[in-house]
Design a protein around this ligand. Structure first.
Ligand code: ADP
Ligand code: NA
Length: 328
């Protein structure tokens, strides 16, 4: 049987954090052999907010190296850089013309990211969901494995694809589905556990990056916000300790009951030490592989070029389909 197609992406801004890993990359790796996977470094999304050109360039390569270091395997996955396939920008314009403003007005991520700057942020930030819809639709994607924060954008992508297909009475686009896991879908900030862990957080202590060394991990976990109850138990009313416990749960694969039993009668210090150990144990091998991969830049560039070359024909076919349907 033909494998179903999976598409997902990450922005090459700052460092990849534990939320990206537990909510996205780790899940992609786990099931990669079951699907025909496309993973994208979405550099066109990264320029929706101000960015340093040199950093954007190097972060794009670093992210590719991290994808591979986390276990994505080119036997099952194509990796590429969004801007290397021009059709992403082209189809975005076409899709823009079919996206009601009301849909974009309802997107919460735009409001969070724009903050008080509503009048001065670039229009690209507002149209971000349309670019994302194009990313997914270009490749006739079946499944989009993402964290909970992207649910709304995938829903909009489905609506847009259905709208265009029915307007022209043709199956121009496959209707994609979001794949959102229940565990790890929403890792919270270490500083303010009511906010999601995010790359754009100005406080680096709010997140753990995949390249943090053991000392840094220890320090960040030690100062992670908890509460004064000193009870190591899952409890939605205590989001700080619950977030840390959820991270521990994913890393160990144990049930809540087993974990609570392990730390019965113990304090936050004991739990935080155990969590630190697990994090170091998980991230060290990734960091080792990362160093090997990033030290052979020509091989990495070649892999990314190959990915884009392999994917371009399908992106072209989909764009042509849409252009013909609308009379261009
Ligand atoms: P960020 O929001 O930190 O800038 P991206 O937008 O590049 O990260 O998201 C990359 C992937 O990581 C997406 O699938 C997204 O849903 C997931 N993700 C981002 N933050 C978290 C989080 N705190 N918890 C779980 N998954 C997350
Ligand atoms: Na995000």
């Amino acid at each position: 049987p033909v494998k179903k197609r999976v598409f997902s992406g990450i922005q090459p801004t700052n460092n990849v954090h534990l939320g990206n890993y537990l909510g996205a990359i780790r899940n992609w790796v786990e099931t990669q052999d079951q699907y025909d996977n496309i993973f994208c470094i979405v550099d066109l999304h990264a320029i929706t907010l101000p960015i340093d050109p040199k950093e954007l360039h190097i972060n794009t390569r670093k992210l590719a190296a991290l994808y591979l270091a986390c276990g994505l395997d080119t036997r099952y996955c194509k990796l590429f850089v969004q801007s290397h396939v021009r059709q992403h920008a082209e189809i975005q314009w076409l899709l823009n013309c079919y996206t009601p403003m009301g849909w974009l007005n309802r997107m919460t991520q735009f409001k969070t990211k724009a903050g008080e700057d509503m009048d001065s942020v670039g229009a690209g930030l507002y149209c971000y969901p349309v670019l994302m819809a194009g990313d997914i639709l270009l490749y006739q994607t079946h499944y989009v494995p993402v964290g909970d924060d992207q649910r709304q954008h995938v829903e909009m992508t489905r609506d847009l694809a259905q709208r265009i297909n029915s307007l022209y009475g043709k199956q121009i686009f496959t209707i994609p589905e979001a794949q959102i896991r229940t565990t790890g879908a929403r890792i919270m900030s270490l500083e303010d556990p009511t906010k999601k862990m995010s790359k754009s957080d100005p406080n680096p202590n709010a997140y753990i990056t995949l390249l943090d060394d053991p000392k840094t991990i220890k320090k960040k976990i030690a100062r992670a916000t908890t509460d004064s109850e000193r009870l190591v138990k899952f409890d939605p009313a205590r989001p700080g300790i619950t977030n840390l416990l959820s991270i521990y749960q994913i890393l160990t694969g144990q049930t809540q009951e087993v974990i609570e039993a392990e730390f019965e009668g113990k304090g936050y210090g004991d739990f935080k030490a155990a969590l630190t150990d697990r994090l170091v144990e998980t991230l060290s091998p990734i960091q080792q592989r990362y160093q090997e991969i990033i030290s052979d830049m020509p091989a990495l560039e070649n892999l990314l070029k190959q990915g884009a070359d392999d994917l371009r024909p399908l992106a072209e076919r989909t764009t042509e389909k849409m252009k013909r349907a609308i009379g261009l």
